[in-house]
Every structure is written in C-alpha cells, then in structure tokens.
Write a new protein. Sequence first.
Length: 60
Amino acid sequence: MKDLAFIVCLAAAAAIVAPTAADLLTALSPKYIKLEAQKQQLEQTARDYQVYREAVKDAR
C-alpha cells in the first residue's frame, strides 16, 4: 500500500513539473536561438580570421 501511495505521489509530481519544464523551455527558446546565432557568427569570424592569417603568411 505504501508503494502505491509513493507511485501516486510521483505521478502527481510529474504532472505538476512537466508543464512547468515545457513552459521554461519555451521561455528560454528565443534566448537560446539568439545565443546560437551569436555562436555561429563568432565561429564564422574565427574562420575568416584564420583565412586572413594564412593569406598574410603566404604573402610574406
């Protein structure tokens, strides 16, 4: 009987936490998208700079 009560409590907790977690992910999604775009831009800048360094090295 104790096990059944524990399972019911876990199910109730999951029912409460799941929508909250989904709302949190939805709220963070635009920020995540923005950060991902910034990350990609920085990676592209790093690649461009590496190409520039190679060109300068070859020109010498």
